[in-house]
Design a protein around this ligand. Structure first.
Ligand code: FDA
Length: 393
């Protein structure tokens, strides 16, 4: 049986960072992945340019049942630490907006830098390698039955991510291991995911498919100012992806389509100054002509402004500033960027990521119940949690 100080299951963002940092500390590290390539989500991320961190990452950018859990790791490995690594490898990058850092060229630059670091630190890594069984070893640590044969690990790190995008290698393996060693798994669901629509909402979305509009999207006390995108099946775009993480089936989503103005004041002033202009024409000055025409058709009866009563103007303003609808559902794990829920962080050390139920077992990255907002926060969590565990494994 081959023996290692550390065996890490899952060669995604968190597993790679943990492997590099532990090996740099002189630990003998084995990194295993059942997929045919390491870091598949890194390659797909950020539309092919990997939004690898966010300069303004802080605990408030993460959703978790225990909001304090992420604080320690995030404070000890900051966006600037990862930016330092990116600079060391001379990977060109830029800030797109709101502190979101993207590669100038391609996501592969980030994966290549991580694999180079693995090589230099002496990490042994294998893909197409499954772990069939894990047991606690009598002499301490863990014994694993793998495609490589039996392996002994003093420390075992679970970095297998969440359930989103099974075609990129996602499995529920991390949750199974957690359960095996007595952990509670908080209910999982798709996050950062488009909404699907049915009925008249679906009709509107289909007709407006491809149209993007600045808005504030709100649900359950959270709100995000970003773009909304109408699609053939429903609603997407950053505003919708962000708010989807706070939505539960049956909840109403509220959209302000006029985030820069008071809708009623604007309509009243237009009525006073342009009484003969049609509502559709005025909307066409704020939205695209197509969107204005469709809103006028689906939501309002367009007529000259002077013909609206004060009550009707209020109704129109309400619809534009507080459009409320109930999504039919989400696109689910097939397209979700993250999995909400997961290994209950109340049973894991926030300092070391070590299980409080089974010494020597660690959980890092998305398998834990920590999910970032859209914008580079999820990778920052993967780097920070992988780094935290690597200090002690
Ligand atoms: P990750 O999922 O990256 O890695 C898990 C690894 O475990 C995989 O390599 C998988 O093959 C392996 N594995 C699974 N089961 C196994 C088993 N049984 N045995 C062995 N190995 C197993 N975030 C962000 O900050 N910026 C961005 O731009 C994007 N963009 C983005 C785009 C898309 C399309 C998606 C789906 C997601 C994003 N994200 C993102 C989210 C981000 O990719 C995600 O949060 C991190 O990759 C999570 O890192 P982990 O290492 O925890 O899991």
């Amino acid at each position: 049986m081959r023996a290692f100080d550390v065996v890490i299951i899952g060669a995604g963002a968190a597993g790679l960072m943990c492997a590099i940092t532990a090996a740099e500390r002189g630990r003998k590290v084995l990194l295993l992945d059942s997929s045919n390539k390491p870091g598949k989500k890194i390659l797909m991320s950020g539309g092919g340019r990997c939004n690898f961190t966010n300069m303004y990452a802080e605990p408030a950018n993460f959703a978790a049942t225990n909001p304090h859990f992420c604080k320690s790791a995030l404070a000890r490995y900051t966006p600037w630490d990862f930016i330092g690594l990116v600079a060391k490898h001379e990977v060109p990058y830029h800030e797109k907006k709101l502190g979101q850092l993207f590669c100038d060229n391609r996501s592969k630059d980030i994966l290549n830098l991580l694999l180079t670091e693995c090589e230099e630190a002496g990490v042994e890594w294998h893909v197409n390698t499954s772990v069939h069984a894990i047991e606690k070893a009598d002499a301490g640590g863990y014994a694993l039955r793998t495609d490589l044969g039996d392996v002994a690990a003093q420390s075992l790190v679970i970095a297998t991510g969440g359930l989103s995008i099974p075609t990129l290698g996602a499995t529920g393996f991390g949750y199974e291991v957690a359960r095996q060693f007595g952990h509670n798994i908080l209910p999982t669901r798709a996050g950062l995911v488009p909404f699907t629509a049915s009925g008249p909402l679906k009709e509107l979305c289909t007709e407006l498919s491809g149209t993007s509009v600045d808005c504030v999207a709100g649900c359950n006390g959270e709100s995000f100012r970003e773009n909304l995108l109408f699609t053939h099946r429903g609603l997407s775009g950053p505003a919708i992806l962000q708010i989807s993480s706070f939505w539960h089936p049956g909840d109403i989503v509220e959209i302000n389509l006029l985030p820069d103005r008071d809708a009623l004041e604007w309509l009243q002033s237009q009525q006073a100054t342009r009484p003969n202009s049609e509502l559709k024409t005025l909307l066409g000055e704020v939205f695209t002509k197509k969107m204005a025409a469709l809103l006028a058709e689906h939501w309002f009866t367009s007529k000259p402004m002077k013909q609206y009563t004060p009550a009707q103007l209020r109704e129109i303003a309400d619809r534009l500033a507080a459009w409320r609808f109930m999504p039919a559902g989400t696109e689910g794990y097939r397209t979700a960027e993250v999995t909400l829920g997961g290994v209950d962080t109340r049973e894991v050390s926030s300092k070391t990521m070590e299980s409080l139920k089974s010494p020597g077992l660690y959980f890092v990255g998305e398998v834990l119940d920590v999910s970032g907002h859209l914008g580079g926060f999820n990778f920052q969590w993967a780097w920070a949690s992988g780094h935290a565990a690597a200090q002690v494994v």
